[in-house]
Ligand binder design. Sequence first.
Ligand code: CO
Length: 137
Amino acid sequence: MGTARARTSMHVDHIGIATDDADAFADLYGEVFGMDVAHEETFGGMRVVFLEADGVYLEALEPVDETTAIADYLAENGPGMHHLAFEVDNVDAALQNARAAGAETIDDEPRPGAWGHTVAFLHPKSTGGVLVEFVEH
Ligand code: CO
């Protein structure tokens, strides 16, 4: 296989979860796993609740607008794990590196995400069937 690529700092930031009820999800994970709500807002037609455990977040995504991609995802797949997000120093550089390595991007350019983050998504068909997000805080 290919040689290891040089890269800047990158670690798992959060796992996105599609849900019909972000608040019920937060209550459940609070009760079962002791996770605390770190941030919540309505953004991009979704109610978004971030739960935190030891520096890694779960991002519960509930559509409040039926035209959102997360609404389509829920209709097709039901609730569950939706995407994997890596925190990077620079989303634009991470996108360029991924493209240079042959990955297909959903977002051509970084864009605003929830919680004031800058984000971009890669296409799951080029990342082993996993929807991958780059996020810059
Ligand atoms: Co995310």
